[in-house]
Design a protein around this ligand. Sequence first.
Ligand code: SF4
Length: 536
Amino acid sequence: MSAEGEGEGVSGGGEGEGEEVSGGERDFGTGERPGSSALRGAGRVPRERPEWAAGVRPGHRPLLPVVTADAVAREESARTAERLAARSRERPGDQWPEHVRALRERAAHIRRETLDDLESHLGALTARVTEHGGTVHRAATAADATAVVRRIAAEHGARLVVKSKSMVAEEIGLNPALEADGIEVVETDLGEYIVQLGDERPAHIIAPAAHLSRADVARRFDALAGAEQAQRPRDHSASALAGFARARLRADFRRADMGVTGVNFAVAETGTLALVTNEGNADMVTSQPRVHVAVMTPEKVVPRLADLGVLLPLLSHAGAGQRATVYQTLLNGPRRDGEADGPDALHLVIVDNGRHRILGTKYEDVLACIRCGACQTACPVFRTLGGGHAYGSVYGGPVGAVLAPLLDEHPGDAELPYLSSLCGACADVCPVRIPLPDMLVDLRADHAASRRGPAAAAWHAWSVLWSSRAGYLASLAGTAVAARALPRRALAALPAARRWARGRTLPDLRAAGRLRRAVRRTAGRGSRAARHRDLP
Ligand code: SF4
């Protein structure tokens, strides 16, 4: 589900359908012309994002540079942050709208019930999908899953793949794996399409292009159209930009050999795959190409068809503030005889990639997540920093800060739980009641317990020092004195601290303790005022 361009939709009429675009074609080493009009000319799209944004596999990401200052300083980003802040203010604490509160309780129950007996639900799902004529594959790792999809693509001679946003495909590095085989992959959610043109990875679970302004989008589309004035968006209005994307994507839907989607929910009782979008692109991806490959993680299964009546509206409400998404697609196998459209073959790939290790632990609840993205938009940290881009995890936000260390794909992910003020906003907005702040604290404790070496000793010493009032006050006084004696950038010059300090601005340590003193003064005034108020 992409909220970028919501309401504008890329379905519906549009001029320039099937236009040919010349020049700037990418050579995939196959000697063939790329069949995708969406990617023709992509070589001319300026790389506005650094290399790290296009990292091939999460496990191989280089360290991230700091983008915070830029992101916050941009006028467009600030507006987005304000809009998101306003949304999360609508749901402070437990003040959910009455009509949604009951859904929330029921959904939380359904998700736990599913996790309690996950394997038997997956067994039922497999049996039903197979009865409908689909093929189910189980993959233990990301590499297994990409190998399955590559094999399916090869068996069907796929040259062009259209995708509807799938976070798990992102997690397993599916796009680069297919591209390595000379297959073009075109993202078809408008937001995903926009970030793909910039060679970026999605930064948000929903609204993947929320960090880009309309001007950014226009620049990318103009660059894609190249010198052909007639093929550029007629102006930079939202409708013209959506029309441009619509025309190009329609050509791709027509030509694609294979469609790849995620799965919002898979119903064990009926073998139904449920997909929600606001643009209708999932319907095109699952009905136009000859082959449909759906990729999901095991916990996406739900026991009964009736559960969708609870989970789908809740997902829409929590994710985008909608009563329902514009499109809700329920798929039951490939096209049958006499049906007008649909794929000849449907493959369901269930990839575990570390989930089984989480089941039965104190972190099991995180598997109840329905990927609504609400925790990410409520979190002051991730809202300000522009999503997963700031830290590089595939799943951004508080849920990513919990899930990424548990999946254990990148050493740096272990520190993600520290990037939270523990304000609790994520737990307030979570539609399935996942206690994210508690998990963040537990993960910190686990990480601290596993730490060895000088850094661990230093943190331990700090903990002991701050465990006593005298030690705490002494450290403040010592810091203030040392900060006056040392040059401002002394810390950044130390070999060990240089990398840490790069891109960070140290606070003025000469003011150490100032906040505490100010709080005490304010508290003192408050209590004096209260005493006066209480006087007869
Ligand atoms: S943890 Fe909760 S709020 Fe966050 S994405 Fe998952 S379901 Fe939504």
